[in-house]
Write a protein that binds this ligand. Structure first.
Ligand SMILES: [Zn+2]
Length: 387
């Protein structure tokens, strides 16, 4: 009985907090209107939230047409705590410390090949740098950390990581020996989608973010909620089969999309055709600008292959928006129109395809969104557009 009462209180508290975040600055009377809670409940819940410094009285509102006493407006206090997010790539660890609205305070990026041997020390090194550089004083301190993993993650446990061997270590358990706040793990493409949904200007309730790096992964948001599937594998579009009997993939299939249409596949094909080594997105961009016919033809062929994945995702999930997160597309925004032209299906006529607004920061912002929404107990919150 007591537990139930506690739960209802928690749910109502989360509802009030979410209403304030969505409509701030907002009066207590308007919180009651939006949330459906009665004024007495709103009054006691907002008092508790003020005491915990999660909200504050921010301004005097409008008395409206009836006149009378002007109401006091309430706003969310993003500086009540701090969130940590870390993107663990195959050759880097990139971390961000932010306030509870995702506003970045510090970022640290360290480059080194990552494996089970050094992942703990490399991650702790980035966390230490983020938290010793003049850590702001806040009421709740660090409220959690989210690690973005380039592979399959289920319930904070790494299942399969083809680009490094982190599936051989219990990262959460090992880090818990050093860290006292909650630790969450999630797939990097899923976090990128969560980051775009939570913070980007053209966010939609039904959207997909496709992360294209050395592999290809998609994060799927439906009705404002990240879809991870039964085994954490939802959106693993990089392992959909493009060419049966094609190149072998570490996943066990042949002819997976990411063996052809990832940025790594573009770099490898360019090296094979020109003998130029160490190709990256800057070199591809320079050669596109020089109108190099070899690179132009490679990039267009790879975009055509990618478009088959985009078409499949559109048929499966019917999103309003597909966001492309790739350094090649970021540096050559005109390629978005090329990709769009390759998806002529009438089923795609309502689909918008656009470049990521958050770029390589999307995973870190998604990690912040995960930490913050879990701490606040609110789901699907749009925490605010980043500048
Ligand atoms: Zn595969």
């Amino acid at each position: 009985m007591i537990a139930d009462k506690y739960l209802i209180r928690e749910q109502n508290e989360a509802l009030v907090l979410k209403t304030i975040i969505n409509y701030q600055p907002i009066s207590r009377a308007n919180i009651a209107n939006h949330s459906g809670l009665n004024k007495a409940s709103v009054s006691s819940i907002t008092s508790a939230l003020i005491e915990r410094q999660l909200i504050f009285e921010s301004s005097i509102g409008d008395a409206g047409t009836s006149g009378g006493r002007k109401p006091i407006n309430l706003s969310f206090n993003p500086q009540a705590g701090l969130a940590l997010s870390v993107d663990i790539g195959s050759n880097y660890v990139h971390g961000m410390l932010s306030y509870l609205n995702g506003h970045s305070i510090h970022q640290v990026k360290e480059k080194a090949p990552i494996s089970t041997e050094n992942v703990i020390s490399a991650t702790l090194n980035v966390i230490n740098k983020l938290t010793t550089l003049s850590l702001p004083k806040t009421t709740h301190g660090i409220v959690g950390i989210c690690l973005g993993i380039h592979g399959i993650v289920l319930d904070d446990q790494i299942q399969f990581t083809p680009s490094y061997d982190l599936d051989k270590i219990n990262l959460k358990e090992e880090l818990e020996k050093f860290i006292s706040y909650p630790i969450y793990l999630e797939n990097e493409a899923n976090l990128a989608a969560l980051g775009e949904y939570t913070f980007s200007k053209n966010s939609q309730d039904n959207m997909i973010s496709i992360s294209i790096h050395s592999g290809i992964g998609a994060g799927i948001i439906q009705k404002g909620e990240l879809q991870t599937g039964s085994h954490g594998q939802a959106g693993e579009i990089g392992h959909s089969i493009l060419y049966p009997n094609g190149h072998r993939c570490p996943c066990g299939n042949r002819g997976c999309l990411e063996k052809y249409a990832s940025n790594k596949a573009i770099y490898e094909l360019f090296t094979a055709e020109t003998d130029i080594q160490n190709v990256d997105s800057d070199l591809i961009t320079d050669e596109l600008n020089n109108d190099n016919p070899v690179v132009r033809s490679i990039v267009h062929k790879k975009i055509w292959e990618l478009s088959i994945g985009v078409n499949d995702l559109t048929m499966l999930y019917d999103p309003n928006l597909i966001i492309i997160n790739s350094s090649i597309f970021q540096k050559n925004p005109e390629l978005i129109a090329v990709l769009k032209a390759e998806v002529p299906s009438r089923f795609a006529q309502h689909l918008t395809i656009s470049n990521s607004e958050l770029g390589e920061m999307a995973t870190l912002y998604g990690g912040a969104a995960k930490v913050i929404s879990t701490f606040l107990g609110i789901e699907n919150a749009r925490l605010g557009i980043l500048d």
